[in-house]
Design a binder for this molecule. Structure first.
Ligand code: ANZ
Length: 798
C-alpha cells in the first residue's frame, strides 16, 4: 500500500514552494493555451464532489498541454458577491464580508488538497475592491456608450428575499434561489441594453465551438421572430394601433384584436359600459408574472373593451378585447387574433363565442386550430397561394398602402441590472441636486461598499446603502448629490473574470492590451450546463461591448465550451443535505486520497453524463492506483533493453490516451492505461522509456502518485510537469499477421491471412465468405463453426 496522505502532502508542498505552475504570461515564445473553470461561489457548505469533476478535466488538459510545449494559463478564483452570503449573514448575525472571506479560505484549502495545477498568484475574488474597481469601470463604459439607463418598469419583486430578480432568475413564478413567490411591481431600476446586441449575440454563435444544445438555448432565449407590423384604425377614434404578427397572410381571418391589459390605449378606448369590468380585470393581472400569464394550458380570461378596430385589408369592424395572454413587453403589446389558425386565439374565441373564419385549406376548425401550412381560402387576392407566397404578397400590400411593414422582433429583454441589496458592487453613479446624473470619477474607483452593520434589506425595497449617510451624500464643485444606492447583481463580477486572470494585479487598466491580445479568447471553458443562458449570455454581451470599444481583441470570449454532467447521489438522485446523500470530498481525500478521487470521477463515465456516486467504484479506483504503485515498485523490472513485448500496447496507449484527452474522453483513456498495466503485469519487465512515458500520462490524472513514481522509479530530481509529452510510432501499431486454415467438415478448403488478434465472430464471417469455401457450402446448412483462434476455422455443414 502506498501512503497517499504523505505522498500527496509532499507534492503539494513542492508545487507550492517551487511555484511549479506559475505562468509567465509575458512569455510569447511558446503557443498559448488558456483553460478555464467556472469559478465557484464560496458557499458555507464548502466544496462538493461535483466541483472536482470539471476541475479535474481541465487540470488533465492543462497538464498535457504543458508537456506539449504550450504556455498554459490555468487560474482559479471566487465568485464571492451575491445573495446567499447576505441571507446567511442576516440569519446568523454575521457580516457578509467576514463570512465570505472565511468561506474563500476554506474553499481554497479544499481545492488545493486536490492537486490542481492552478497558478494561485492569479487568484481573484469578485468582492475584493481591487477587483470590483474594474467591474465598476466596465459599468461606466456601458453607461457612457448609452447601454445603461434608468427606467420605471414592472419588475420581478420577491417579498421574501426583498429583492428584484432578473427574468432569468424567476422560474415558474418563483425565485431561482430559494423558490420563494415573485410578484410584479413597478420600480425605478437600472437596465442594460443587451437588446442592442441581440442580432450579434445570435449570429456570432456560429463563431464558437459550443455544445449545440447550449447554442440552441441561447437562440431560443434571444428568440428572433420575423413577421410584420400591421396598423389597425380604431372605429370612432382618431387613434390607430399596431400589432405584431408572424402570420400577416392570415389577416383575412382576423376576427378580433387583443391588447395587453397594460396597453396605453386601453383606458382611452374603453366604453363607459365596459369600464368597471376592464378596471377590475386590469387589477387582477397586475399581480401575475409573464410566465403565469402565458402558460399555454391555463384557462383563457379576458374582457371586451366596447371598442372596435377596422381590419385594414377588408374594412370589417372587429371587437377589441383585453386579455393577459397578450404580453405588454413583447412585440407591440397588441395582436390580431386569428382563431382558426392559432391555438391560443382558438381557445379564447371558443370561450367567448367569437367568430372563427378559416383562411387556410385543410384542418378541422370545428374542433381545433389548424396551424400547418395550406392553400389560402376566404382571402380574396391571396386565394390559392401557400404561406410563404402569401406572406410576401401581404407585406408588399401593407407597405404599399402604408398600413404596415416587415418587422423583426426579439424575445430578449433588456437586462435588469440593479439589486436593492448590500452585498454587491455599488453602482458608480451620483444623482445631482440639479437633476443630472454623473459617473464617479475613474480616479475615485473603487467606490467601496461602506462597512455598515445595518445591511438588512428594507421592506420598501430601498437598498441598505441608503442608510449610510457618509456613503450617500456627496458634494461636487458646490453642487450636492446623492449616490446611487442600488448594487449590481451577482452576474456582474462573473461577466468578465476570465479577463482579469490575464493581468490580475494591473492597477492602471483591466489588463495590458498586449497581454489581452495574446491570451484571448479562452481556448477551453468547462462548467455546468445550468449557465447556458445567464452567465454565458451576459459575458458574451460585455465582451462584445468592450470589443467594440477596442479594449478586447476578439468578438467572443470562450472559443470552446464543454458542460460536465452532474454527480448524483448513490441513489441516483441529486445530492442534497435534505436527502442525506452528500459525499464530502475532504473525507475521500483522507480515506482514499485526492488521486483516487480524481481518477474515480474521470472513470465514472462520459464527462458530460450525469452519473451516480458509488462507494464501491471509489474503492475499485483506489485498488487500481495501488496496482500501478506495486507494478513499478515491486513487480516489474525497469530495463534499458527493449524486449519489444510491450511495443504494440505502449504505442497504442500513447496514441489513445493522447487523442482521448484532446476530446475529453477521460474514461476511455483510463481504460487504455489499465490495459497497459495489465500487460506489464504479464511481461514483468518494462523498457525504461515506456515506463517513463506511461508515468507522464498517468500523472495528468493522478499527479501526486505520478510525481512520486517519477522520482523513485525513474530517479528524476525535477517535476515531470514540463517533460515532453510521449510520442508513438505508428508502425508499432501494425498487428502481426497469421495464417488461418479453413475447413468444411474437417477437410481443408481454404486459407486466410488475418491479424493475430482477430476476434472469433470476424473469423467465422471471413471464413464463410471465402470463395473456395462457399463452393462446398452450396445447398448445405451450416450447423456449427468451431474456431481455434489464430489457427483453424472448421465449418460443420450438411
Ligand atoms: C396572428 C397570428 C395568426 C399569429 C396565426 C400566429 C398564428 P412568436 O413566433 O413567438 O414571435 N403575439 C404577438 N405579440 C404578442 C404578445 N405581445 N403577446 C402574446 N402573443 C403575441 O409569435 C408571434 C405571434 O404571437 C404573433 O403572430 C401573434 O399572433 C402573437 F395563425 O398574429 B400571431
Amino acid at each position: 500500500m502506498y501512503d497517499h496522505q504523505s505522498v500527496e502532502k509532499k507534492w503539494q508542498k513542492v508545487w507550492e514552494d517551487e511555484k511549479t505552475f506559475k505562468t509567465d504570461t509575458t512569455d510569447f515564445s511558446k503557443p498559448k493555451y488558456y483553460v478555464l473553470d467556472m469559478f465557484p461561489y464560496p458557499s458555507g457548505n464548502g466544496l462538493h464532489v461535483g466541483h472536482p469533476e470539471g476541475y479535474t478535466a481541465t487540470d488533465i488538459i492543462a497538464r498535457k498541454k504543458r508537456m506539449e510545449g504550450f504556455n498554459v494559463l490555468h487560474p482559479m478564483g471566487f465568485d464571492s458577491f451575491g445573495l446567499p452570503a447576505e441571507q446567511f449573514a442576516i440569519q446568523t448575525g454575521n457580516h457578509p464580508s467576514i463570512f465570505t472571506n472565511k468561506n474563500i479560505d476554506h474553499f481554497r484549502d479544499q481545492i488545493k488538497m486536490l492537486g490542481f495545477s492552478y497558478d494561485w498568484d492569479r487568484e481573484i475574488a469578485t468582492s475584493d475592491p481591487s477587483y470590483y474597481k474594474w467591474t465598476q469601470w466596465i459599468f461606466i463604459q456601458l453607461y457612457n456608450a448609452g447601454l445603461a439607463y434608468v427606467d420605471e418598469i414592472p419588475v420581478n419583486w420577491c417579498p421574501e428575499l426583498k429583492a428584484v430578480l432578473a427574468n432569468e432568475e424567476v422560474i415558474d413564478g418563483k425565485s431561482e434561489r430559494g423558490g420563494y413567490p415573485v410578484i410584479r411591481k413597478p420600480m425605478r431600476q437600472w437596465v442594460l441594453k443587451i437588446t442592442d446586441y441581440a442580432e450579434r449575440l445570435l449570429e456570432d454563435l456560429e463563431l464558437v465551438d459550443w455544445p449545440e444544445s447550449t447554442k440552441e438555448m441561447q437562440r431560443n432565449w434571444i428568440g428572433k421572430s420575423q413577421g410584420a407590423n400591421v396598423v389597425f384604425k380604431i372605429d370612432g377614434h382618431d387613434a390607430e394601433f399596431t400589432v405584431f404578427t408572424t402570420r400577416c397572410d392570415t389577416l383575412f381571418g382576423a376576427t378580433y384584436c387583443v391588447m395587453a391589459p397594460e396597453h396605453p390605449f386601453v383606458d382611452q378606448i374603453t366604453t363607459p359600459e365596459q369600464k368597471e369590468a376592464v378596471d377590475a380585470y386590469k387589477a387582477v393581472c397586475q399581480t401575475k408574472s409573464d410566465l403565469e400569464r402565458t402558460d399555454l394550458n391555463k384557462d383563457k380570461t379576458g374582457v371586451f373593451t366596447g371598442a372596435y378596430a377596422i381590419n385594414p385589408v377588408n374594412g370589417k369592424k372587429i371587437p377589441i378585447w383585453i386579455s393577459d395572454y397578450v404580453l405588454a413587453s413583447y412585440g407591440t403589446g397588441a395582436i390580431m387574433a386569428v382563431p382558426a389558425h392559432d391555438t391560443r386565439d382558438y381557445a379564447f374565441a371558443k370561450k367567448f363565442g367569437l367568430p372563427i373564419i378559416p383562411v387556410l385549406e385543410g384542418g378541422d376548425v370545428e374542433n381545433e386550430a389548424y396551424t400547418q401550412d395550406g392553400v389560402h381560402i376566404n382571402s380574396d387576392w391571396l386565394n390559392g397561394l401557400d404561406k410563404q407566397e402569401a406572406i410576401t404578397k401581404m407585406i408588399a400590400w401593407l407597405e404599399e398602402n402604408k398600413v404596415g411593414e416587415a418587422k423583426t422582433t426579439y424575445k430578449l429583454r433588456d437586462w435588469l441590472f440593479s439589486r436593492q441589496r448590500y452585498w454587491g458592487e455599488p453602482i458608480p453613479i451620483i444623482h445631482m441636486e440639479d437633476g443630472t446624473m454623473r459617473t464617479v470619477d475613474i480616479e475615485e474607483l473603487p467606490l467601496e461598499l461602506p462597512a455598515t452593520e445595518d445591511f438588512k434589506p428594507a421592506d420598501s425595497g430601498e437598498s441598505p446603502l441608503a442608510n449610510c449617510p457618509d456613503f450617500l451624500h456627496v458634494e461636487i464643485d458646490g453642487v450636492k448629490g446623492v449616490r446611487e444606492t442600488n448594487t449590481m447583481p451577482q452576474w456582474a463580477g462573473s461577466c468578465w473574470y476570465y479577463l482579469r486572470y490575464i493581468d490580475p494585479k494591473n492597477d492602471e487598466c483591466i489588463g495590458d492590451p498586449k497581454l489581452l491580445e495574446h491570451w484571448l479568447p479562452v481556448d477551453l471553458y468547462v462548467g455546468g450546463a445550468e449557465h447556458a443562458v445567464l452567465h454565458l449570455l451576459y459575458s458574451r454581451f460585455w465582451h462584445k461591448v468592450l470589443y467594440d470599444q477596442g479594449i478586447l481583441p476578439t468578438p467572443e470570449p470562450f472559443q470552446k465550451l464543454f458542460h460536465q454532467g452532474m454527480i448524483l447521489g448513490e441513489n441516483g438522485e441529486k445530492m442534497s443535505k435534505s436527502r442525506g446523500n452528500v459525499v464530502n470530498p475532504d473525507d475521500i481525500v483522507v480515506s482514499h486520497g485526492a488521486d483516487t478521487l480524481r481518477v474515480y470521477e474521470m472513470f465514472m463515465g462520459p464527462l458530460e453524463a450525469g452519473l451516480p456516486w458509488s462507494d464501491q467504484g471509489i474503492d475499485g479506483t483506489r485498488k487500481w492506483l495501488e496496482r500501478v504503485w506495486r507494478l513499478f515498485t515491486q513487480v516489474a523490472q525497469i530495463t534499458d533493453e527493449n524486449d519489444h513485448k510491450l511495443d504494440r500496447v505502449y504505442n497504442a496507449t500513447v496514441k489513445k490516451v493522447g487523442s482521448d484527452i484532446d476530446t475529453l474522453n477521460f474514461n476511455t483513456a483510463i481504460s487504455q492505461m489499465m490495459i497497459f498495466v495489465n500487460d506489464c503485469y504479464k511481461t514483468k519487465t518494462i523498457y525504461r522509456p515506456y515506463a517513463e512515458g506511461f508515468i507522464k500520462m498517468f500523472a495528468c490524472f493522478a499527479p501526486h502518485l505520478g510525481e512520486e513514481l517519477w522520482q523513485t522509479v525513474c530517479h528524476k530530481d525535477k517535476t515531470l510537469a514540463y517533460e515532453p509529452w510521449p510520442t508513438y510510432d505508428e508502425n508499432a501499431l501494425k498487428q502481426d499477421k497469421v495464417t488461418v486454415v479453413v475447413q468444411v467438415n474437417g477437410k481443408m478448403r481454404g486459407k486466410m491471412e488475418v491479424a493475430a488478434d482477430t476476434d472469433e465472430e470476424t473469423l467465422k464471417q471471413d471464413a464463410c465468405a471465402l470463395e473456395s469455401v462457399q463452393r462446398f457450402l452450396e445447398g448445405k446448412t451450416i450447423r456449427k463453426i468451431i474456431v481455434v483462434k489464430g489457427k483453424v476455422v472448421n465449418i460443420v455443414a450438411n
